[in-house]
Design a protein around this ligand. Sequence first.
Ligand SMILES: [Ca+2]
Ligand SMILES: [Ca+2]
Ligand SMILES: [Ca+2]
Length: 267
Amino acid sequence: MRTNRIVRVKIIELFCSIIILLPISFVSATTTILDNYIGGTASNNSWAGKDVIGSSDIFDISQMTVDIKNNSLAVSIFSTYFSKVGSYGTRLGDLFISTDGWSPNGIAGYLKDDFNNGEFMELAAVLSDHGDQIDKNKSQNYIGKSGELSIYQVKKEQVVLSNSEPGYIYREGQEVRYNVDSAEQKFLTGTWSIEDVLGSNYDKLIYSFSFPDNYLKGSVLGFHWAMTCGNDTIEGSAQVPEPGSVLLLTCAAVGLIMKKRAVSFEN
Ligand SMILES: [Ca+2]
Ligand SMILES: [Ca+2]
Ligand SMILES: [Ca+2]
């Protein structure tokens, strides 16, 4: 038993020395943004302040998750919409990203927050397929589809605001798509995919891309997504973890384990 303990303590000592030698740039964090945002106004007062305009079975967004590993991000939007893309002439929207924090207009509920009165989103992650080819009277299940992602630095005049076919009610003033100028340079590229979430009606659209080295330095990122009618819109923020503090916590945890083991060894 005593020999086993000595071996265990030695292994922990070795593990700690390995941890200390790791480059301090490694960071990893997952943030879940629940859809508590609401935001903006409906084009008809009967829907004012409602999270979803129309049917939740078609337009509801439940949450967004942001996975950050070093410079790489995977942003997932969970919604009932992805199996019904094209409903009532609507299309998939693009992901808007604020690289300098998130500060929506007003207080929670954010009913005055829209593209012109809230956080400006510096980047737009544009899908290679929004479902533009779908017949206006039909919808299509987009689960299993994937493609390329092109990320641009946003020029205000190229932002498309939420809209609908004539006669339908929608959420006004939300940024939903980005019109790309043919000469425009991509800032970043990535991939997107829509995946089934087993046992749930809320499937996920995943945006995957990487920022340049040293671009993310402990900043707060903001995110905004909606289908083109904005009938449900999600916004929120994620803190980029600090590399130094992650390393410190890891070493502190190993130190605590070593101390505990040393005490039990003495006993
Ligand atoms: Ca919702
Ligand atoms: Ca911003
Ligand atoms: Ca919402």
